[in-house]
Design a protein around this ligand. Sequence first.
Ligand code: NAD
Length: 463
Amino acid sequence: MTLTPTQVSSLAAERLQQQRQFFASGQSQDVQFRLEQLQRLKDAIQERSAAIVEAVHADLGRPEFEAYFEIAAIAEVNYAIKHLKSWVKPQTIRTGLDQFPSRGRIYPEPLGVVLIISPWNYPFQLSISPLVGAIAAGNCAIVKPSELSPHTSHVIRELIEATFDPAYVSCLEGGVETSQDLLAQRFDHIFFTGSTRIGKIVMAAAAEHLTPVTLELGGKSPCIVDAEVNLPVAAKRLTWGKFVNAGQTCIAPDYLLVDRRCKDELLAQIKGYLQEFFGENPAESPDLGRLVSQQHFDRVAAFLNNGTVVAGGTCDRSQRYIAPTVLDGITWDDPIMQEEIFGPILPVLTYDRLEEAIAQINARPKPLALYIFSNRKAVQQQVLQQTSSGGVCVNDTIMQLAVPELPFGGVGASGLGKYHGKASFDGFSHYKSVLNKGLWFDLNWRYAPYQGKLGLIKRVIGV
Ligand code: NAD
């Protein structure tokens, strides 16, 4: 059933109200309850794995193998279930003699009712992984998946409705209007994954209520290839990272910065791997996804007019198909270098000195990911020390995402806040500092009259 905008608006307010009451009951904060809900979520995902894979295929033409990446949300659930009891423990800290007698503790407490807004490119995983953090930390949550991946959004809603009390966790499907209706409400935290442009809108709406935000955004993630490198492995790994999900991955290498000395050989290797992965005619490959919408297709296909085609270069609007493409002879002034590509086109820029490549990266907004392929430790270190990005993967692409112990998120224009593993729990928690003082002993040094105590305060302060 499709709801009218007015119905959606009142439903958003009603759900929030119900969730506020549920949160106030304290039920979501009980650790056993959280563990049970996480287990229910895991079972629900497992039961629907085939439906999820089918829906992602329907939305994005994603091959079955790649559609299974979505089910990786289960790894987040498993990790949270395994560690939750240690995460919820308050941390005891030692207090100084000036506080005697006292004990300091830091308690993780849930934030309340949180809003999760997700994009279409990994539509299931990017809705469910943040939800795992929200539940683990003891919150109630409303999830708003993307309207551009409607099949997956239906599965998410069905799963959430079948698994949770709507007063605890619920899902509202819809587009921009639904998102705006939700953003007009006062949540205790907003977790947004999407573009930098909409991230600004979300942050401005959140500011109205002083609601804290996590912003998982995008940007242009560079991939540097040094001349001293195992070229076949580097080429294979970066070709995979760029073209998986037809390039519609937030941490896909957006563009190549390659040392001139190895450029020709690298491009030849990439071309070879494209043939190996997708065959002579990638349009017929069962292993290559499609662009999500006509509008997105038109935006990305326009970039094919730049540079010199090394591989690919063709497209078919009726199929929303763009061949995996490598473009050489690109400059920073070309349109393809002005925005995040988010499609299967790899522009190539060349450098003679590493310092040039670093300067070019540093002259632009901080990226979500940065890749450096090099055998040389000194080169790896130089790039690590002289650039800033949400994360880095040395000698591979995308894989940094799959290590739950590595907090994931952007910096500057690529995002604010982190998640995955314990970072998800932390992002949905408030760490409350509590100083607990004994009443059985009371030092007199801070009370008036101050006469004769000046020396003491100076000693305490250390001047
Ligand atoms: P988007 O910003 O267009 O949309 C994301 C969500 O915001 C959707 O649910 C949409 O309904 C909602 N939305 C759209 N316009 C809105 C508005 N005016 N007001 C309020 N809500 C609005 O992003 P997208 O196209 O779905 O996803 C692609 C972008 O997401 C890329 O930039 C990509 O890099 C980024 N991304 C980032 C990560 C990450 O983890 N950092 C992961 C995936 C995608």
